[in-house]
Design a protein around this ligand. Structure first.
Ligand SMILES: [Zn+2]
Length: 171
């Protein structure tokens, strides 16, 4: 990951400290809402519990959490799906996706990975709480987003809180 930071200095940023700035306060406030979503997911032995939030300006377009929608659905997938057909759907291109964990880059089930869904939806920036641990797969989600020209912010300040719904998978 640190390699990516040096390769993509403009597109990939790590925020590791709360400097009290308005930007960091806003990121933390919205990531805390995404963490609340993650806690709504039923704990699973085979998948991480993740929460997501789609935001444009101060407007929350949609929320999502792991397995919220029927099928083996992921948090970002649910937020994007729920945004469709809403009055805010036009705000999705250019929106910011907050997600407690790095979006997936490949799925054994053959489902479209969340990183592809994010790229296809025209989302402009993704704020992640934590990189996906290597428990199930070697996730390349951040790299895929950067390759597609999507800005990625890694808000490390709330990493522990983002991992908490998955503590049973990480011991
Ligand atoms: Zn996914």
């Amino acid at each position: 990951m640190d390699g990516l930071a040096s390769l993509e200095p403009d597109m990939y940023r790590v925020i590791a400290h709360d400097d009290g700035s308005e930007e960091v306060e806003e990121h933390m406030e919205l990531m805390e809402l995404a963490i609340q979503q993650a806690h709504l997911a039923r704990p699973s032995d085979t998948a991480f519990s993740v929460g997501s939030l789609l935001v444009n300006g101060r407007q929350i377009i949609a929320t999502g959490y792991s397995h919220e929608l029927p099928g083996n659905t992921h948090a970002a997938q649910c937020a994007i799906a729920k945004s469709k057909g809403t009055q805010q759907a036009h705000l999705v291109p250019g929106a910011v996706l907050y997600t407690t964990m790095e979006p997936c880059s490949g799925r054994l089930s053959g489902n479209t990975p969340c990183s592809s869904r994010i790229i296809d939806a025209g989302i402009g920036r993704v704020v992640i709480g934590v990189k996906e641990p290597a428990t199930f797969s070697n996730c390349q989600g951040v790299a895929r987003l950067l390759e597609a020209g999507i800005e990625v912010v890694h808000l490390k300040i709330l990493e522990e809180q983002c991992l908490r719904p998955n503590i049973h998978l990480l011991s």
